[in-house]
Design a protein around this ligand. Structure first.
Ligand code: ARG
Length: 465
C-alpha cells in the first residue's frame, strides 16, 4: 500500500502510470492540516457505511467490518499512533488506506455512492458546527461574568465618554451591560449560523448525486443534521457555513477588541479605573514599575487574524464555478486559525473580567470632573424654568466657560455666579449637578439609572440561568 502510492496512486492509479512530482505532492496535500477533521471523517464514514448496509448496497458483514475498523483507526489517531502519509494527500484517503490495511477488501467498498467532495463538505460542516457550539458556550460564560460585574457596580458612577471626552456620568453596571448586549448579538449570530448550516451534504456524491439507492435522510439524521441538503451541486460547493462562522467570529472579535481597548485605557496610570490581577498582567524586564495589560492588547489585536481569515475565504470562494474546485481545500486553515483565535480570546477576556479590580473612588472622581453634568444643568433649566433647550444649552455653556476660567467644576460655582448667568437658577439646581443625581435621573428605558441597570441585570440573569 505505502510503496505503490509512490508510483501511481492507490485510489486512482488505474489510469496513471507515474506518481506526482514532489512539488505537486506538496501543493496538493492537505493532510498536515486536515488531519484535524479525523473524528468527523470517521463519524461520517461510519454513518455512510451503516446506511449502505441498511439500504442493501453493502452486506451487513462488510459494513460491520468497516464500522469496527474505523473505530480502530479512530483510536490509533487518538493515541498518536497513526501513520499519516503525505502521499495519501488528505485525511479521507489516509483513513481509507489504513482501513484497507486493517480489514482488507471490504475497505474498498466504503467509498461506494460517495466522493471526497461530499465527504469533505460533511466533515468540515460537522467541525464548524462544533465550533459554533463552542463559541455559544464561551460567549455565555463571558456574558455571565459581565452581568456579575454589572450587578456589583449597578450604581458605581463613572464618566461616560463620547470622542473619548467626558460626556455624561454613567454607571459601571450600564457600561458592562452594553457589552452584554453586544456579546448576546454575537451569540445569536452563531446560533443562526448553526441553524442554517445544519443540513447534510453527504450523498451529494461527486456533484450529481448517485445511481445507488442511498438514504440521505438516514445519514443526515445519524450525524445530527436537520435534513439532507436539497441540491447535490450546492451540497458539494457550498461553504456559506464557514463564511457565516467567520463573519460571526469577526464581529465578535471586533467587540472583544473594543472591550480590550477600554481595559488598556482604564488600567493606564492616567486613568487607574481598573487593575488587572497578577494572573492577567505582565511586568517589564527593564521598568520595575510596569504592569502591562498584554492579554488585553493581544485580544485587541486578534481581530486582525480573524478578519484576515474571513477576507481570505471570501476571496477564495468568489467567482468559483459550480461545483467542487480544489480551491476549496484552502477553506480549512483559515477557519481553524480563526476558531482557535476566537476561543482563546474569549477565554482570556472571561478570565480577565472575572477578577478585575475596579477603583470606584477613581471612577467617581473622574465622573465628577470635566463638567459631566452640564447636560443636567441645561435640562433643569428646560424643566424648571421653561427655557427652550437651545437657550438652556447657551446659558450652561457660559457657566462651563466660567468654571473653566476659574479652574473649578460646575457644583463649585456660587449661587450668585449661577444667577448672573440666568436669574431662574436657584439653590435647587445643585441637586442635579451631583453625579449620583445625574445618573439616577436617567430613568428612560435602557438609560443609565441604577434602577434601569438592575432591571437589565435581572432580565439577563433570567435568560442566562
Ligand atoms: N482534500 C480535499 C479538500 O479539502 C478533499 C476533496 C478532494 N476532492 C477532489 N475531487 N480532489 O477539499
Amino acid at each position: 500500500m505505502t510503496d505503490d502510492t509512490k508510483t501511481s496512486n492507490a485510489m486512482w492509479g488505474g489510469r496513471f502510470a507515474a506518481g506526482p512530482d514532489a512539488i505537486m505532492e506538496a501543493i496538493n496535500a492537505s493532510i498536515s492540516f486536515d488531519k484535524r477533521l479525523y473524528a468527523q471523517d470517521v463519524r461520517g464514514s461510519r454513518a455512510h457505511a451503516a446506511m449502505l448496509a441498511a439500504t442493501g448496497i453493502l452486506t451487513n458483514s462488510d459494513a460491520e467490518a468497516i464500522g469496527e475498523g474505523l473505530l480502530t483507526v479512530l483510536s490509533e489517531i487518538e493515541a498518536g499512533d497513526f501513520p499519516f502519509s503525505t502521499a495519501l494527500e488528505d485525511i479521507h484517503m489516509n483513513v481509507e488506506a489504513r482501513l484497507k490495511v486493517l480489514i482488507g477488501e471490504p475497505a474498498g467498498r466504503l467509498h461506494t455512492a460517495r466522493s471526497r467532495n461530499d465527504q469533505v463538505a460533511t466533515d468540515f460542516r460537522l467541525w464548524v458546527r462544533d465550533q459554533a457550539d463552542a463559541a455559544i458556550t464561551s460567549l455565555t460564560a463571558l456574558m455571565k461574568v459581565l452581568v456579575a460585574q454589572a450587578e456589583k457596580g449597578a450604581d458605581w458612577v463613572m464618566p461616560g465618554f463620547t470622542h473619548l471626552q467626558t460626556a455624561q456620568p454613567v454607571t459601571w453596571g450600564h457600561h458592562m451591560m452594553a457589552y452584554v448586549e453586544m456579546f448576546a448579538r454575537d451569540r445569536s449570530r452563531f446560533e443562526d449560523a448553526r441553524t442554517r448550516m445544519n443540513e447534510c451534504p453527504l450523498g451529494s456524491a461527486a456533484l450529481a448525486g448517485t445511481g445507488f439507492p442511498i438514504d440521505r435522510h438516514m445519514t443526515a439524521q445519524a450525524l445530527g443534521f436537520d435534513r439532507p441538503m436539497a441540491n447535490s451541486l450546492d451540497g458539494v460547493s457550498d461553504r456559506d457555513f464557514a463564511l457565516e462562522f467567520l463573519s460571526s467570529a469577526a464581529i465578535c472579535a471586533v467587540h472583544l477588541s473594543r472591550l480590550a481597548e477600554e481595559l488598556v485605557i482604564w488600567s493606564s496610570a492616567q486613568f487607574r479605573f481598573v487593575a488587572m490581577s497578577d494572573k492577567w498582567s505582565t511586568g517589564s524586564s527593564i521598568m520595575p514599575q510596569k504592569r502591562n495589560p498584554d492579554a488585553a492588547e493581544l485580544i485587541r489585536a486578534k481581530i486582525g487574524r480573524v478578519l484576515g481569515a474571513a477576507v481570505a475565504l471570501f476571496t477564495v470562494m468568489k467567482g468559483l464555478p459550480l461545483a467542487y474546485s480544489k480551491d476549496m481545500q484552502e477553506d480549512k486553515e483559515q477557519v481553524f486559525d480563526a476558531a482557535d483565535t476566537l476561543m482563546l480570546a474569549l477565554a482570556a477576556m472571561t478570565g480577565m473580567m472575572s477578577d478585575l479590580t475596579v477603583n470606584t473612588a477613581k471612577l467617581e472622581a473622574a465622573a465628577s470632573s470635566g463638567f459631566s453634568t452640564a447636560t443636567d444643568l441645561a435640562d433643569w433649566l428646560v424643566r424648571e424654568a421653561g427655557l427652550p433647550f437651545r437657550d438652556a444649552h447657551h446659558v450652561t455653556g457660559a457657566l462651563v466657560a466660567l468654571a473653566e476660567k476659574k479652574g473649578c467644576d460646575l457644583p463649585d460655582l456660587s449661587l450668585e455666579e449661577l444667577k448672573a448667568a440666568h436669574p431662574a437658577l436657584t439653590e435647587a439646581v445643585y441637586s442635579v449637578l451631583g453625579v449620583h443625581n445625574s445618573v439616577a435621573s436617567r430613568q428612560s428605558y435602557g438609560g443609565t439609572a441604577p434602577d434601569q441597570v438592575r432591571a437589565q441585570v435581572a432580565r439577563w440573569q433570567g435568560l442566562l440561568a
